[in-house]
Design a protein around this ligand. Sequence first.
Ligand code: ADP
Ligand code: MG
Length: 330
Amino acid sequence: MKLSRLGEFGLIERVRRTTAQGRGVNLGIGDDAAWVQTRSGSCLLTADLLIEGVHFDLKWTSLYALGHKTLAVNMSDIAAMGGTPAYLLLSLGIPATFESEDVEEFYRGIRSLALKSGVSLVGGDTSVAKSLFISACLVGDAPYRPITRGGAQVGDDIYVTGTLGDSALGLRLLKRKSPKLTQRAAKFLLSRHHFPTARVQAGATLAREKLARAMIDISDGLLQDLDHICKASRIGAVLAEETLPLSAAYRSLAGHDGTGHALAGGEDYELLFCARRRDRSRIEKLQGHLNVPITRIGTCVPARYGMTVLDRKGQRISFRARGHDHFKQR
Ligand code: ADP
Ligand code: MG
């Protein structure tokens, strides 16, 4: 079958079905990170690729920002399990035309975040390549029982950290070479695109307090990633469009796109999680401690209702795209 029909997630599902769960594997393929036993405890493992021309364009990304983002997106998957990022393996395919200073700039970006986050770079691999190719593997501690995508129940509330759509809207401005790029609002959106924040403390707190029953980080778009929770938890979801957290910059520059980028834009690296109704006030209080907004955006419903987004009048919004799939044509 052509990958354009099967899609990225269809392909991963096939690999998952044909892979035996080895000894010591608590959680294998199919979540934000694997959770495995070691002799002394357990750890989390995640890997991500960043490919020039697919994930980034060096015309509008500095190597420093790219280094920072490489680590941040991996940290985000560890955060989505409630873990603590710890050790990084980093492999690079680099065109021979690059200067050593370019590569140093990339590592400066990695180090700036690694230092703040207690992550140690412990190895990797290097090769020549036709275009820049970055492969990272991050190992995390699992001090609390990891939160999977599969624990949400009908009646649970759905929450998201931070604001949505900023990164995707920032990228759109870059691609259109928008004249607005120097405005303050545009600068904010670009910084969200180039320097995403992994919500490590929020993820760990939600795991420690056993508040999140299912959790994922939003890398491919809110709807796409919510669909992963729905499938894994065998539930449906209803979202209220007016509750989606949008930044002032997003509101001022989204124009006709409305909530499009917030629903399906991708690369937010915010946490999406489900929690019991009775924990509402505990979750509200958390916001203050964590210094990050946490917004209730919907409810879990029986699977037969699928995933719906309602507008202010309670009418269903139809969405063409849910988010990013590497192989499916849009
Ligand atoms: P995320 O967006 O959180 O990084 P992905 O959608 O990339 O998650 O991956 C979902 C799951 O599939 C993860 O458990 C990941 O490790 C696994 N996975 C992705 N690609 C492959 C592959 N080529 N072989 C085996 N497992 C894979
Ligand atoms: Mg993820």
